[in-house]
Design a protein around this ligand. Structure first.
Ligand code: GLC
Length: 742
């Protein structure tokens, strides 16, 4: 009897437990559909908890819902690597000893690889670093279009062409998010220059908006399934892009079906009613009443904080908009911090350095190589390295993308490591000797008080007896160079470099100039310098990537993601006076109107239209071998749904293995609107052994034939003849094929 009684008691006592177990709340049950989890969690949250999750609680974090077991949410910069942790409410780094990261190459270099597989590997490696560091969202990648070579943050973006940008951003987002870390594609939208980024109101045609500036974001959202998008500081149609009825509610969320979170840029929210109604989901960086400077730890003052809660309690708003924001934040939680299927993270693993090194070498662009000076044959030869950019660390500085790298191999170090011998060096010029950003120090002492004349004389003297001179010059990450918050004032090289380069080229016929920058620079001495290389900001493995290309261990295969203009006279944005760049201030100097008068004619679209010959064309990139692109054929006719397939042969006509980027440009022979002479609509990188030929298949869809029709507010492909051209640069198209859209 007693035994039976015990069994009955146990079953009663245990039953609720087992029953309880069977009743795991839906929102905590990973087997349940994410939308069901969202609705279940939403139902359980109080008003205060809903308000908590839609705004920052610290510089880079927002609250979870501890009562329901949802952890706080941590974001971090940036697109090239995971920023060091900062103090709770400061930009200053916290001085941790466990957050030194791999610095991956800048995104302009990634775009220059023209290799979507490289972009996926890049995103995945960055995702593993972010996971290890406990970040649920990386504030990147940036896909703003390179409208002007003066743009301070072009180095963080993917060049001038919307199609190339869309093909590189999608795999990056997929790679990153495969780790359960959200991307936050930025800065949406029309944030194409820096000087007045908080005040500029962009005026632009619908065609230019949809054909040039939105496709990178649209692809990231529709194909990449980005979980986050960051609003831009600037205004469009007189509303800031962090809460903008047209760009956020209509285009991003309604037209594109974006189901993720729209995060403000830091300090980008300026108005409660707009923040509530115009598409903002998570408010970051607002310090007080919408200013970026002001009271610290003022998170309760945020628009989407106590102000919003009070307005709801006073009946000014229902919880309709609030619940929509919270649904998106909960979806973000279930995709990241609450996602139990996430893989493990790793920091500074060999695989990450391998990606950084591979992308660095693959993105380097051989611009010119007269007399095949490159690759260098170092045996028994005296090499002189010149220039501050041969020794200066570039991973510190430049704004929010600044990093605390575990190491950064400089160009000089990389050459010495690969040659196993010391190399003679001359400073050549002195540029930016600082080396500190938000408390991260390079530890370098670059001070040098010698005059420019003395510096140049020393370099020239040494160059006279060297077999090769490699000058590392270009820009750096200081203000008014490649740096957030300001734009360059000129395309010219700073710090007297033109004089230095000209003087050295005059005494040494094997002068090689390597430009380290995220932007094009003027090169008045170009005809006196046989070899020119675009070196980008290459991150931790910079010196290795450069040495491997310069010494021929790796055959360069980078192609320019932007037009290398001769000067600003060749740039659409600079061809219509102040109104087009940087804009005209309104009365009271609170807003500056910047009208994109060049419209869709950005980059090669502009130089084609005006028959201008840039220094180097969009898509240009040489190799240590040679290639032939031939025999382009349009297979059949355009299908009913507008798809078209092409075949083209690429041959390695040289003596060493190499990779080429075959590019396909489409021309609409006759259309009811003005259209560019040609537009990039397909490409593929192909590796070939000497003498090998590969037939490459390239596909286009109806969108590739379409323009944005402003009347119908939709894409439109008009029946008629089209021409496809193929080659390995926009100014090296060697075969064509006609086809017709019925
Ligand atoms: C900055 C940048 C943005 C960055 C954010 C956080 O102002 O515009 O790209 O992610 O603030 O640092």
């Amino acid at each position: 009897m007693k035994h039976k009684l015990v069994v009955i008691i146990l079953s009663v006592v245990c039953c609720p437990l087992s029953a309880l177990h069977a009743q795991t709340p839906v929102y905590l049950d990973p087997s349940k559909d994410i939308e069901a989890r969202v609705e279940d969690a939403l139902k359980r949250m109080t008003l205060a908890e809903k308000i908590d999750v839609i705004h920052a609680q610290s510089k880079f974090s927002s609250a979870g819902v501890k009562r329901l077991g949802m952890p706080d949410f941590w974001t971090d910069d940036g697109p090239h690597g995971v920023r060091p942790d900062v103090l709770w409410d400061e930009w200053e780094q916290a001085g941790q000893t466990n957050d030194s990261c791999v610095a991956f190459p800048a995104l302009t270099c990634l775009a220059a690889t023209w290799n979507p597989d490289a972009a996926k590997a890049y995103g995945h490696a960055l995702g593993e670093e972010a996971l290890y560091r406990g970040k649920g969202m990386i504030l990147g990648p940036g896909v703003n279009i390179y409208r002007t070579p003066l743009g301070g943050r072009n180095f963080e973006y993917m060049g001038e062409d919307p199609y190339l940008t869309s093909q590189i951003v999608v795999p990056y987002v997929q790679g990153l998010q495969s780790c359960g870390v959200a991307s936050c594609v930025k800065h949406y939208c029309l944030n194409n220059d820096e000087e007045y980024r908080h005040q500029v109101n962009v005026i632009i045609s619908d065609r230019a908006l949809h054909e040039i500036y939105l496709p990178g974001f649209e692809a990231a959202v529709k194909e990449g399934k980005a979980w986050g998008v960051m609003g831009a500081y600037n205004l469009y149609k007189d509303e800031h892009n962090c809460h903008n009825q047209y760009t956020l509610n209509k285009i991003l969320k309604h037209d594109w079906g974006f189901d993720g979170v729209l995060v403000s840029d830091w300090g980008g929210a300026h108005d409660l009613d707009q923040a509530v109604k115009n598409g903002l989901d998570m408010e970051f960086g607002t310090w007080t009443d919408g200013l970026t400077m002001g009271a610290t730890n003022a998170y309760d003052n945020y628009f989407l904080s106590k102000q919003y809660q009070k307005a709801i309690l006073e009946g000014k708003y229902t919880t309709k908009e609030l619940d929509e924001k919270v649904r998106r934040v909960l979806r973000l939680f279930f995709r990241t911090t609450m996602n139990k299927q996430r893989p493990y993270g790793f920091l500074c693993s060999e695989s990450h350095y391998e990606v950084a090194q591979r992308v660095a070498a693959e993105g380097i662009v051989l611009l010119q190589n007269e007399g095949n000076v490159l690759p260098i044959k170092p045996q028994g030869k005296k090499i002189l390295v010149v220039g501050e950019n041969a020794i200066k660390m570039m991973t510190v500085g430049g704004g929010s993308s600044s990093l605390k790298a575990q190491h950064e191999i400089s160009p000089l170090q990389g050459l010495q490591m690969r040659l196993g011998a010391p190399i003679d060096y001359a400073r050549g010029y002195v540029g930016d000797v600082s080396g500190n950003y938000n408390g991260v120090s390079t530890g370098q002492d670059l001070k040098d008080d010698r005059s420019p004349e003395v510096l140049i004389a020393e370099a020239v003297e040494k160059a006279k007896t060297a077999d090769y001179v490699i000058i590392f010059g270009g820009l750096n990450k200081s203000d008014y160079q490649d740096c957030e918050g300001h734009d360059r004032k000129t395309m010219d090289l700073p710090y007297n470099q033109d004089k230095l380069i000209t003087a050295i080229a005059a005494v040494n016929k094997n002068t090689i100039y390597v430009n380290i920058s995220g932007n094009a620079v003027s090169m008045p001495w170009r005809k006196q310098v046989p070899a020119i290389v675009q070196g980008w900001f290459l991150g931790s493995e910079a010196g290795i990537g450069l040495a491997d290309v310069l010494l021929g261990k790796i055959n360069p295969s980078g192609h320019l993601p932007f037009t290398w203009y001769e000067n600003l006279g060749q740039v659409g944005a600079h061809s219509f006076g102040e109104a087009a760049f940087p804009g005209i201030w309104r009365e009271g100097k609170k807003v500056i109107d910047e009208e994109y008068k060049e419209g869709i004619y950005v980059g090669y679209r502009w130089t084609d239209k005006h028959k201008l010959k840039p220094t180097f064309a969009f898509g240009h990139g040489l190799s240590y071998t040679t290639f032939k692109v031939s025999n382009l054929k349009a297979l059949g006719t355009v299908t009913a749904d507008g798809n078209m397939t092409f075949m083209v042969d690429v041959t390695n006509t040289g003596s060493i293995e190499g990779s080429d980027v075959v590019q396909l440009y489409i021309t609409d022979v006759k259309s009811s609107v003005d259209r560019p002479a040609k537009e990039l609509k397909a490409f593929q990188k192909v590796t070939l052994k000497p003498g090998e030929t590969k037939s490459v298949t390239l596909k286009t869809d109806k969108r590739a034939l379409s323009f944005w029709d402003e009347a119908s507010e939709n894409w439109k492909a008009e029946p008629g003849d089209f021409i496809a051209q193929a080659g390995d640069a926009s100014d090296r198209l060697t075969c064509k094929a006609k086809f017709t859209l019925k």
